[in-house]
Design a protein around this ligand. Structure first.
Ligand SMILES: [Zn+2]
Length: 90
């Protein structure tokens, strides 16, 4: 019987043969999904692909991109959005 915290389907199970010849199940933590641009759905660069516990340990400046809508919109979409807003004013 696996340990209580391993009794879940969210962890990837890998069957491996141990040196003794027995087949055992190893539990692997799944990686969190990448941050995506909410306009074009392309993956964002500069956002670390870590879970909440590991993200908490990072420096304040390494958790996000220090730009307007950084970590939410990719630079290309932001550029287009700013252009559109400027055109709407003129
Ligand atoms: Zn985008």
């Amino acid at each position: 019987m696996p340990q209580p915290h391993l009794r879940t389907r969210s962890k990837k199970q890998i069957k491996t043969t141990v040196p003794g010849g027995k087949t055992k199940t190893h539990y692997k933590k799944e990686k969190t999904s990448t941050a995506l641009c909410f306009l074009c759905k392309k993956p964002l660069s500069g956002i670390p692909r870590l879970d909440a516990t590991e993200t908490r340990k990072l420096n304040y400046t390494k958790k996000r991109i220090w730009r307007l809508y950084g970590g939410k919109i990719c630079p290309k979409c932001l550029k287009d959005a700013i252009k559109q807003a400027a055109r709407a004013l003129a």
